[in-house]
Write a protein that binds this ligand. Structure first.
Ligand code: SAH
Ligand code: SF4
Length: 365
């Protein structure tokens, strides 16, 4: 006999089949799932949200991921790279507005120049904020020595989505070459964790060819890998990418959105004290998307503080929201939205992953 949702939700460890039942839940069953994940969040994290001011500092990318609007092969796009001054002044905006942290994100470039540049920027950011601004990096796959350099220069969190943990699906959404290797993605995640970063990963939801079983596997991977942070969002097509040819066979956007909320709720139940991002892509589908994610389990928001003139050029997917807003607009809008979700923005704190701290304590025991 199939276990009732109520009984599944009582457990701490979920099997693959149980996760699938939760992912397929509808109506009252789904309400029970969201109620449980909201309770777990309140108990382990509180009704709190921390900001990471997001600086999308360059859309130059050496890779060609088949889903992404800023892939190297997309020629319908003006490339930009913020100056060091622009990056530091965005960081300063975050600091003076008491955001606890920033996140630096860009396309993936592996070069001596980029390694040194980011190292210098990290030192500059620490200096301008008296060491108070926390920094998350999200600049893709790099050599372990590079990750270590940046860690030593002050970055302490790293987001590298695995995109899908099914190697067959991974190879369908990436070019088939050594630059886009699933094994390297895993090796990078491992080295980030070994170096001591709070390590975050996640997947896109609603990809072509993706099954519910794949998504259950993704959640089990995150638990097994013992991640500290999770960033998951719906896959959204971009017209100038190769995956656009599969648009006809995708789940409707609304279903991708619903599935993303369920994924967030389930990972919150499975990994109670990790940090979970309410991804901006949710808002590209539903104007209240990020608030809904906060209500059922997410505790991190990433207000965009990239200087406005560049926002239009950092389009990973179509219909990216808030492309015209200024950093100030973004903050007041988000604050109002967070209170709608019955939560409170915590200023002046890093908002580190509690899971990371308890992992550190355990390793000292
Ligand atoms: N270059 C870095 C960081 C920028 S891309 C990296 O790849 O890690 C950040 C994330 O954007 C990717 O991990 C991917 O999950 C997401 N993304 C890219 N294209 C997308 C799309 N079409 N829909 C939804 N998310 C997308
Ligand atoms: Fe580049 Fe990241 Fe987009 Fe891949 S997902 S093409 S690495 S920006």
């Amino acid at each position: 006999m199939k276990k009732a949702i109520k009984d599944i939700l009582e457990q701490d460890n979920l099997s693959r089949n149980e996760i699938i039942v939760l992912l397929e839940s509808e109506g009252d069953d789904r309400t029970l799932l969201f109620k449980k994940s909201a309770e777990v969040k309140e108990r382990y994290i509180g009704k709190k949200v921390w900001f990471r001011g997001l600086i999308e500092f360059s859309n130059i990318c050496g890779k060609d991921c088949l889903y992404c609007g800023i892939r190297k092969g997309n020629k319908n796009l003006e490339r930009y790279n913020l100056t060091d001054d622009e990056i530091l002044s965005a960081a300063n905006f975050a600091y003076t507005n008491r955001y606890g942290s920033i996140a630096l994100q860009s396309g993936e470039v592996e070069s001596r120049f980029v390694t040194d540049r980011i190292e210098n920027l990290l030192r500059g950011i620490k200096e301008l904020s008296n060491g108070e601004l926390g920094v998350t990096l999200s600049v893709g796959e790099q050599e372990p020595e590079t990750y270590k350099k940046w860690y030593d220069a002050g970055a302490h969190r790293y987001l590298l989505r695995v995109e899908s943990t099914n190697p067959a699906l991974y190879s369908k959404i990436h070019p088939d070459d050594s630059k886009h290797s699933f094994k390297r993605r895993l090796d990078c995640l491992k080295s980030l964790q070994e170096i001591g970063y709070q390590t975050g990963t996640g997947v896109m939801i609603g990809l072509p060819f993706q099954t519910i079983d794949d998504l259950a596997g993704d959640l089990l991977f995150m638990k097994e890998f013992n991640i500290d942070m999770c960033g998951m969002g719906p896959y959204i097509e971009h017209v100038s990418t190769p995956l656009i040819v599969h648009s006809e066979n995708l789940l409707p956007l609304k279903e991708r959105f619903d599935l993303t909320l369920k994924m967030i709720a389930i990972i919150r139940i499975m990994m109670k004290d990790i940090n979970i991002v309410a991804a901006t892509a949710l808002q590209a589908i539903d104007p209240m998307g990020r608030e809904k994610a906060v209500m059922i389990g997410a505790n991190i928001l990433m207000p965009n503080i990239t200087p406005g003139k560049y926002r239009d050029s950092y389009k990973l997917y179509d219909n990216k929201p808030c492309a015209d807003d200024s950093a100030e607009d973004c903050q007041s809008c988000l604050e109002a939205r967070v209170s709608l979700a019955d939560a409170e923005v915590i200023y002046g704190e890093w908002g580190d992953s509690k899971h990371y701290s308890s992992r550190q304590e355990k390793s000292l025991e």
